[in-house]
Design a protein around this ligand. Sequence first.
Ligand code: IPE
Ligand code: IPE
Ligand code: MG
Ligand code: MG
Ligand code: MG
Length: 303
Amino acid sequence: MSIPARASVPKFDLAAMFAPAQAVEAYIRQMLEQRPLPAHLREAVSYSLLGPGKRLRPILIVRACEAVGGKPEQALSAAAAMEMVHCFSLVHDDLPAMDDDDLRRGRPTLHKHTNEAMAILAGDLMLGLAFETLATRVTPPALAGALVRELGVGTNDMIAGQVYDTLPQFDPAMAPLERLQTIHRNKTGALIRASCRMGGLAGGADPQGSALGNLTAYGEAIGLMFQVVDDLLDVTQTTAQLGKAAHKDAEHGKLTYPGVLGIDATKVEVRRLQEQAHHALAPLGDRAAALRELCDFMAVREK
Ligand code: IPE
Ligand code: IPE
Ligand code: MG
Ligand code: MG
Ligand code: MG
């Protein structure tokens, strides 16, 4: 997978930053080859899982694992499982009943590439496959159980967030900014937070320890920041640059940061969350250097 497909921001060593993606992709490819599946379902799932995405969540898992002293290999099953849930969320997010998008990662969305029934079923399969991966490939069983729990909570919070985003029926007394945070922390933040925690657990962090607490606080800050930036990019970038339809949020009446705060105050909010993430990582020292860089990249990414 080529680096330009992922990002283009010049000041970062993107080849080094995204290097673990290759091992995760190889792991997913091998899993799909070994798993008996109807040929057209395998094709649909491969199209989504191995398409030109950034693989940010798998990279976060590997880097969080390293930040607590683990080796990247320890994090591969968790990284693959997370990318499966992420791709399931994208495929269903793009369906006509949801955001109704035709373009994703610079290519037709899965329901355009195949058809709606296949896209629904491929999404379902990726969700099931994620948990199958953790349950069958992670040892010891206590770690498998802990990762299943983290991914289960993250997935279900993501789905709750998609409901808030798509069918918003909130407490009418809730202020717009509080609503926005509730949507964003769930629909996007939950899987990013879970990624940081799963990486830490895969790397051997004590579930009750301070390192996992630091990774969780980092994950919460960058999780919200990621969707704030996504909202900003929807307004400031072109469809060609993003590889997905730009200027859709306002058109669809979505509650977004630029919509509520304006572009300048949204940029200030990105900086605030970036600082919060750095603060959370401070106790982890040099081993968290890659997570710091990843956060800085996520704040200024252009797609
Ligand atoms: C897009 O996520 C969906 C959101 C949560 C905003 P990414 O921007 O990480 O998507 P890919 O995987 O790189 O395509
Ligand atoms: C996506 O939010 C959140 C999930 C897929 C869970 P968006 O609807 O803003 O994501 P994009 O812009 O389509 O990638
Ligand atoms: Mg959406
Ligand atoms: Mg969408
Ligand atoms: Mg968006």
